[in-house]
Write a protein that binds this ligand. Structure first.
Ligand code: FAD
Length: 500
């Protein structure tokens, strides 16, 4: 495709995606590259994206970030999972935690033992066997170098951008402020040659990373990468976001509370709470959404709620010619399982693994695109499950979701679970068996049979084993400090409360 050696990397956009890309590339490949980032203060960033999943810790480790410092500077709290409320039916609640559920064997998952116990009238809730879930319910948290707790962060997106910027500039990334007015392409092969700013400045590069958000200035507006529309399966298309003052101790989980036309998030940070109402504009107007959000939030609003429009889907090519799209420019599945920042991390990590040092080739590009497509499709299916597996009949929105056609890949998974309680994770797939299980059962997808390995254990022995496991988790949770107390001692933020 192009034998041109890649040394000059230009990152277009300075939101979470742009600065994550700049920080990772400068830390890991810095001496080999010359990195410039262009962002426009006038355009600004999307300003949301505050709930992460445990891979955020892997990314921080890659960047050599000190956790307590990072948490102080980004007003972060810990996250053990997501509390899903009103999803199966109004009044239901389950937690999708990051933890492992029980102890599985080579023959099958722990849940087959639990289903066996439940059939015999004991065993309690599946969540009783998950440490992270019980800690989340009790609003407790603790970590140190030895702890194996699986957790993530709630963070302030604006402060996170600043934190990464400081780190990147410290490692030699050049930042330019200015609006990109046009993108020039090479006449022979259509590769991007340079970004031209409104000031007239021309920024040439060998490889361009499009982090310009939903507009996809390079990947779509210039290179026409194409779009796979997933909105028939993921019909929400709008969000209203507002920040409020905190009204109590921070809980170690995100709340996702379903309403008649979507759901509402609540993300506790140290200095404030992030709130948003996600909805489908076919079923709820902006005015209705605004009224509902303001009626339901606790605490004082710190900013005016603002509408964000989006569509679910992905670019057909996230890498096209000499341009790799990251973040919202590459595609979006709604924020229900907080997967977007993870996808940025995976995207930039994969780019570093497949970096086109000797020039962009078709084989490299195809490999990158195939991996990105596979992973996002699996995430898509997992999110659709939350909408499809509902028993709600109280609104046209939920009637649509309950009865909609779903991708075969997901239909097969649901059928497999209903028939035999079998759950699986494919290679390279983000969500593990425990995640699928917690959501399937949380949304009341009931299996009609299960593996009979639990039959091989006498009921008394099974009861004792389950009781011991549950008891050890309860004891461990009892001994932990509250989440708020742990934050106050481990990483209290020195900043005064501020809306941003
Ligand atoms: P943006 O933040 O939009 O940044 C775009 C950048 O490009 C800006 O710096 C802008 O100035 C620049 N730019 C654009 N055009 C030009 C131009 N012409 N010239 C110069 N610069 C330009 N993700 C999660 O992981 N967890 C969540 O909880 C979560 N919640 C979300 C809730 C909502 C409602 C939405 C919409 C998204 C959410 N996301 C979440 C996704 C997350 O917000 C994004 O993945 C993340 O913020 C990355 O955004 P970005 O950097 O791609 O885009």
């Amino acid at each position: 495709m192009s034998g041109q050696v890649v040394r000059k990397v230009v990152v277009a956009g300075g939101g979470t995606a742009g600065w994550m890309a700049a920080a990772a590339l400068s830390k890991q490949l810095g001496p080999l590259l010359d990195i410039t980032l262009v962002e426009s203060d006038d355009i600004g960033t999307v300003g949301v994206g505050e709930s992460t999943i445990p891979t955020a810790r892997t990314f921080n480790a890659l960047l050599g970030i000190d956790e307590a410092q990072f948490m102080r500077e980004t007003q972060s709290t810990f996250k053990l999972g997501i509390s899903f409320e009103n999803w199966g039916q109004i009044g239901d609640r389950y937690i999708h935690s990051f933890g492992q559920v029980g102890k599985s064997t080579w023959m099958g998952g722990f849940h087959h033992f639990w289903l066996q116990a439940r059939a015999q009238g004991f065993g309690g809730d599946l969540g009783d066997y998950c440490f992270e879930l019980k800690a989340a319910e009790a609003e407790k948290f603790f970590t140190d170098n030895e702890a194996t707790t699986n957790y993530a962060y709630h963070l302030d997106a604006t402060l996170y951008g600043r934190f990464l910027r400081k780190m990147s500039e410290g490692r030699g990334v050049r930042r330019l402020e200015g609006k990109i007015a046009s993108v020039s392409q090479r006449a022979d092969n259509g590769f991007i040659e340079a970004l031209v700013l409104e000031s007239g400045e021309v920024i040439e590069g060998d490889l361009f990373i499009d982090c310009t958000g939903f507009r996809g200035l390079l990947i779509e507006q210039t290179l026409k990468a194409g779009w796979d529309d997933w909105s028939p399966w993921l019909p929400t298309n709008s969000a209203l976001a507002v920040q409020t003052t905190s009204t109590g101790p921070a809980v170690p989980y995100t709340r996702a509370i379903a309403h008649r036309a979507g759901w509402r998030w609540k993300i506790p940070l140290q200095h404030r709470v992030g709130n948003g109402l996600v909805y489908c504009s076919d079923y709820m107007s902006d005015d209705e959404a605004r009224a509902q959000l303001l009626a339901e939030i606790e605490g004082e609003p710190l900013i005016e709620p603002r509408v964000i429009r989006y569509g679910a889907g992905r670019r057909r090519k996230t890498w096209s010619k000499n341009c790799v799209a990251l973040g919202l420019a590459s595609g979006f599945v709604e924020p229900l399982e907080s997967t977007s920042i993870h996808m940025i991390m995976i995207g930039v990590t994969r780019l570093m693994q497949l970096f086109p040092f000797g020039g962009v080739t078709n084989a490299l590009v195809e490999r990158y695109n195939r991996l990105a497509e596979d992973e996002l499709e699996k995430i898509r299916d997992f999110i659709i499950l939350h909408y499809k597996a509902t028993e709600r009949t109280d609104s046209p929105f939920w009637d649509y979701c309950r009865t909609m056609e779903i991708p075969d890949s997901l239909a097969q998974r649901i059928a497999l679970f209903r028939e035999s309680a079998q759950v699986y994770q494919t290679p390279g797939e983000l969500f593990q068996v425990d995640s699928w299980l917690q959501v399937l059962l949380g949304q009341k997808v009931e299996p009609s049979s299960h593996h009979m390995m639990g039959h091989l254990v006498p009921p008394e022995q099974l009861k004792r084993a389950l009781g011991d496991l549950k008891g050890s988790i309860e004891r461990a949770v009892r001994e932990m400090p509250s989440h708020q107390a742990f934050i106050d001692s481990y990483c209290p933020s020195a900043r005064p409360p501020s809306p941003n």
